[in-house]
Write a protein that binds this ligand. Sequence first.
Ligand code: SF4
Ligand code: SF4
Length: 506
Amino acid sequence: MLRTLFSFPGGIKPDPHKEASARTPIAPVPLPERLVLPLRQSAGIAPLPTVRVGERVKKGQVVAAAEQWISASLHAPTSGKVADIGNYPLAHPSGLPAPAIVIEADGLDEWQERQPLDWQNLAPQAVLRYLQQSGVVGLGGAVFPSHVKLDTEARIEELIINGAECEPYITCDDRLMRERAAEIVSGIALLRDLTGARQTLIAIENNKPEAIRAMRGAISEHRENFAVITLPTRYPAGSLRQLVYALTGKRAPSNVLPTAMNVQCFNVATVHSIWRATAHGEPVVRRVVTVSGNVRAPKNWEAPIGMSMTALLQLSEPFSDTDGLIVGGPMMGLSLPLTNAPITKGSNCLIARSPRIFPPRPPESPCIRCTACAQACPQGLQPFELYWWSRARNFDKAADYALAECIECGCCAYVCPAAIPLVHYFRFAKGELAAAAREQKMADSAKSRFEFRQFRAEREKAEKAEKLAKAAAAQAAKQALAAATKSATFEEQAQNAVASSQEERH
Ligand code: SF4
Ligand code: SF4
């Protein structure tokens, strides 16, 4: 199918570094002895623990249940015993611990009873609830609960399946499409039926010919009319706004959801997990993680959620000069020291860092106003202006220059000859604006509370005055009546006296 692609502005072509980890099939990992499951693994409200310390659990059993609608359940990735519920470090630069459930594996890896879901004969809301209970969230990195994305009244014109995987080093989606195309296509058909989408477009960058072939083959075997669209390799082609624009020509600001443009988008790994959940009764208890960078055996591992990052890294044999990890891709990921933090549903890639592969950035020098950053920005922003105002702590001015539209892709920093860590400045400015907005909101609500208190006091005062006036009026009326009655009595007496004196004279 020939389709006109719309070209988004800017973008960069970094060295892909994908061949090494894409070469070999997805490998299972030996079962770890201990798994740490942070409760907060997705956007929204963290689920609440449903198990107690010491309790035995089976693989796939719910250990924390979804709390409210924007929340997803969490499951035991293997059978064993709940060893602890407490605070454990996460893969985050703050290093702050967060609530987690720890499971000690019993080595049996015994599943709970699994039942496929008869989704074709269920109401869509029942399927969405099932996905929530199966812990399905976006596995491309955004970790937004999938059932919430599907819970829309919008008429979906285009269902977009994102297999672009545009960040360097990451190849987990590539391998998944090559090896499990049939399951992904079945999952896409389910999503097409749920959303009623008119067109289904599967976007893959043209540097993944095997994945493109595998997906086209599976589509033809399933007799589906999904279109595989090959995108030119250009970062950040897989970013939501750029992808939607490239395929449909639809553009919207960051605060507008794709459904408002009649588009819905899912990552291929998410689609695969939706199919495993519905067709096999398997909740999300594992994911494919690319391990690459400064390692002897770069590979995609199918790892249980909760496995230690260091333990996973060891399987790929890191070289001795490894001094840290990048969690996610080198463009948008987090750079951390070597950490025992656990793999979560959002961990798609671990890159072993070393000064040889990632030499330290040269020191930042003054901006020379070359505008290279503006030419590279896929959002059409002027990063040097954003930098200038962020650095000057004039955050309102940065907001005027559309800071909120920055997707933190890092293209600007990548091309900057002055080695300015532009994205750090933008994150800082966004944080300050968010804090100011929070403070403003608190001040506004304190002001409205104060105004309401004043209004209530005034109203009570007015009501009291009215009551007093009414009481005074009632009293006056009473007195007038009494006076009138008294004078009437006096008149009567006078008349009676006159009448009786007349009678006497006769
Ligand atoms: S690329 Fe760097 S030096 Fe050039 S204008 Fe942008 S911020 Fe300034
Ligand atoms: S990080 Fe923001 S400003 Fe820089 S290129 Fe990306 S979207 Fe543009």
